[in-house]
Design a protein around this ligand. Structure first.
Ligand SMILES: *Cc1c(COP(=O)(O)O)cnc(C)c1O
Length: 230
């Protein structure tokens, strides 16, 4: 079942790339296995996927321990500063940096562990109360300040678009993130590149790809619905 799901997602990604005149290699598929057992992640791994996303530090650590070591782990969930230390050298990319205080902690821990940590700045593009992320207005200042910190590298932006029935409703937000990344790129800030746009989930990744996404985070579309009550 998982194999078929992945194949379907893969076909959709390819079709979206084609519509947008983009090369398939520009888009990375991240399999979001949160709440799902390691057996299912192993099955996805066996199809060739090496990029996995988790939204909780403890869960990522538990899975990290038992799954193959060539997996690239993506921290995509809201991150508390006291948990940053556990991710050092383990998270390939932290997508959810939404404050200078968090960036400072990632920097300090990276120095301590003698690693460089790649991060994305999370932008709450629709200004939703319920979501984390810096506002569009504050994003540039955050990038400028975080760029000065040692041992972190800002690789781009991440956003979680609103939950909608019609993915077309999110097109404007994805476009807004892309425009923001161009604005930031034009500032030529040292230690900042905007090569990654992490946007698009199961409900809207095709539209996100059409608007320039380079990383889509797909959970339900690969693993099926999540049950939080178990
Ligand atoms: C859970 C989650 C996803 C995947 O969501 P689906 O709708 O199941 O594809 C993507 N990004 C983040 C930040 C998440 O927490």
């Amino acid at each position: 079942m998982l194999r078929e799901n992945i194949q379907k997602v893969e076909e959709n990604i390819e079709a979206a790339c084609k519509r947008a005149g983009r090369d398939r290699s520009e888009v990375t598929l991240i399999a979001v296995g949160k709440t799902k057992p390691v057996e299912m992640l192993q099955e996805v791994y066996d199809t060739g996927i090496r990029e996995f996303g988790e939204n909780k530090v403890q869960e990522m650590m538990d899975k990290y321990e038992v799954l193959p070591k060539d997996i690239h782990w993506h921290m995509i969930g809201h991150l508390q500063r006291n948990k940053v230390k556990y991710l050092m050298g383990k998270a390939a990319l932290i997508h959810s940096v939404d404050s200078l205080r968090l960036a400072e902690e990632i920097s300090a821990q990276s120095v301590k562990h003698a690693v460089t940590t790649d991060i994305l700045i999370e932008v709450n593009i629709a200004g939703e109360e319920s979501k984390f992320g810096t506002s569009k207005e504050e994003a540039i200042a955050l990038v400028e300040d975080a760029a000065k910190l040692p041992n972190i590298h800002i690789c781009g932006l991440m956003t979680i678009a609103p939950y909608v029935d019609d993915p077309e409703d999110n097109r404007k937000y994805f476009r807004g993130i892309r425009e923001l990344s161009v604005d930031i790129k034009e500032k030529n800030i040292d230690n900042v590149d905007m090569r990654i746009l992490s946007m698009g989930m199961s409900g809207d990744y095709e539209v996100a790809i059409e608007e320039g996404s380079t990383m889509v985070r797909v959970g339900t579309g690969i693993f099926g619905a999540r049950n939080y009550n178990i």
